[in-house]
Design a protein around this ligand. Structure first.
Ligand SMILES: [Zn+2]
Length: 196
């Protein structure tokens, strides 16, 4: 699948990587379950994280980039959590995304594949790498919520995990980010019941 919203400009997502998966990995760069809790708190970890997902010019001031992306992520993550918990209404969250997306110029790019023709909006090639990452993450998150519906982003309930994940299950009631967290939660519940 071609990443039409990202394959452009001074930084871009690798072509085999999904923008939505990148957006979720980005908001989950803060993770209390990981030995390194915050990948963006350290320039080297920030560079390694981005190199897994993106192609970009690596000869940059990574201290500055990590700090800026960390602030951006903290704001996005806390707003997203408020939205997921119902504290922030969909209208207000939409406004928040709108304000963010307005910051970056987008250009129209025609996409033709022999049989069909349409226009995709991609981040302007004039954006700096950090701005590009921010634009792609915000857009992919907005697209993901639009595609799945507003109730399909969840935060893992197995403490201390705080992973934000997209619930693709049929019922839409997935509570944990993965099997390991589900098991840890169930074991803890079982112990609690046994103690009482
Ligand atoms: Zn989890």
């Amino acid at each position: 699948m071609e990443n039409e919203i990202t394959n452009h400009g001074p930084a871009w997502l690798r072509s085999d990587h999904d923008p939505a998966a990148f957006a979720l990995a980005f908001v989950n760069t803060y993770d209390p379950m990981r030995t390194i809790t915050d990948l963006l708190a350290n320039p080297e970890y920030c560079r390694v994280f981005l190199s897994e997902w993106c192609e970009m010019d690596w000869d940059l001031d990574w201290g500055k980039i990590a700090r800026r992306l960390q602030l951006f992520r903290d704001d996005l993550r806390s707003t997203l959590i408020r939205f997921m918990s119902g504290e922030l209404a969909l209208d207000d969250f939409t406004l928040y995304l709108d304000h963010k997306l307005m910051h970056w110029p987008w250009i129209a790019r025609p996409v033709a594949d022999g049989q069909s023709f349409r226009v995709a909006f991609v981040p302007s090639p004039h954006l700096k790498p950090v701005q590009h990452v921010e634009a792609v993450v915000t857009r992919a998150l907005a697209d993901l919520i639009a595609e799945l519906g507003p109730d399909r982003l969840h935060r893992c309930e197995s403490k201390p995990c705080e992973e934000i994940f997209a619930d693709h299950s049929k019922s839409g009631r997935q509570r944990f980010c993965g099997k390991r967290c589900a098991t840890r939660f169930n074991v803890a519940e079982f112990r609690k019941r046994k103690m009482n």
